[in-house]
Write a protein that binds this ligand. Structure first.
Ligand code: UDP
Length: 247
């Protein structure tokens, strides 16, 4: 198996072209080899934010892997005539790594979400992932990174999951990933979902690529995420025109 992947570049962001299963297998291999790894799972809102913020764009270039989290990225790749096989979501990747981490007795550090969510995870995670060595759980509302970072440095987790929302989680990872040789991944609102504070869409909605619709109806603040899609698709079509071979 290859340890790196071909990529498809959508508005300057290189997305890994592989299946979720392959991707997770490579992450596991890198964790076992203590190879420092920074994973970003990006949707069109993140791509557009990077398009408008050079610093964040540069930061994404610094990640080892950017995965297509969101059907809009798959649509973009199709417009570019370089289709990607499937979505690789932050939540699914997190769950797969926690299950594997439990089976293989790996260690994990969780930083992010509200204190009440972290309190729930303190009870739930050991029940759901009994073999996982949970070396730290910290909410995401701290003023100063130092305490959390020195905790991560002291505990040297195999995996650090940062649920601070973007761009904060990627900025946090970029600034501190050097303190361990583990995997660092930004997972957005995933801790809220793990704790049951937010529902994932039922399977029907997921199967019909309508998870975004379900989530938006339940959480109208997500409308802003969807609002960027027409502009995003317009820019991708422009990219397709520019890169289409002449003749
Ligand atoms: N969050 C945090 N610290 C902050 C801001 C947000 O820990 O300073 C958490 C928030 O509680 C939520 C997560 O970051 O659990 C991001 O949620 P959101 O749904 O906005 O992220 P998305 O899934 O849209 O990236």
């Amino acid at each position: 198996m290859q340890s790196t992947f071909p990529t498809v570049t959508v508005l300057g962001i290189p997305f890994v072209k592989t299946t979720a299963a392959n991707f997770i297998a490579v992450l596991q291999q890198r964790i076992m080899q203590k190879q420092s790894t920074f994973v970003v799972t990006a949707n069109p809102e993140i791509v557009m934010y990077a398009h408008n913020h050079t610093d964040y764009h540069d930061l994404l270039q610094n990640a080892d892997f950017v995965t297509p989290d969101g059907i809009g990225i798959l649509d973009g790749a199709k417009i570019l005539k370089q289709p990607l096989p499937e979505r690789i979501t932050g939540f699914d990747t997190l769950q797969a790594l926690l299950k594997w981490g439990s089976d293989q007795h790996r260690s994990a550090y969780f930083v992010g979400a509200k204190p009440a969510v972290i309190d729930q995870l303190r009870t739930l995670l050991p029940q759901q992932y009994p073999g996982l060595n949970i070396v730290g759980l910290h909410d995401g509302y701290f003023q100063d990174d130092d305490e959390v970072v020195s905790d991560i440095q002291r505990t040297q987790p195999d995996m650090v999951f940062a649920a601070l929302g973007f761009p904060k989680q990627e900025q946090f990872i970029r600034a501190h990933r050097h303190v361990t040789k583990g995997l660092w991944m930004g997972v957005g609102g995933s801790f809220d979902v793990l704790a049951g504070a937010v529902d994932r869409a039922p399977q029907f909605w997921q199967d019909h690529h309508l998870e975004w619709f379900y989530r938006t109806v339940k959480e109208p603040k997500r409308l802003k995420r969807i609002a960027v899609i027409p502009h995003y698709l317009r820019l991708v079509r422009q990219q397709a025109k520019r890169t289409r071979p002449r003749g």
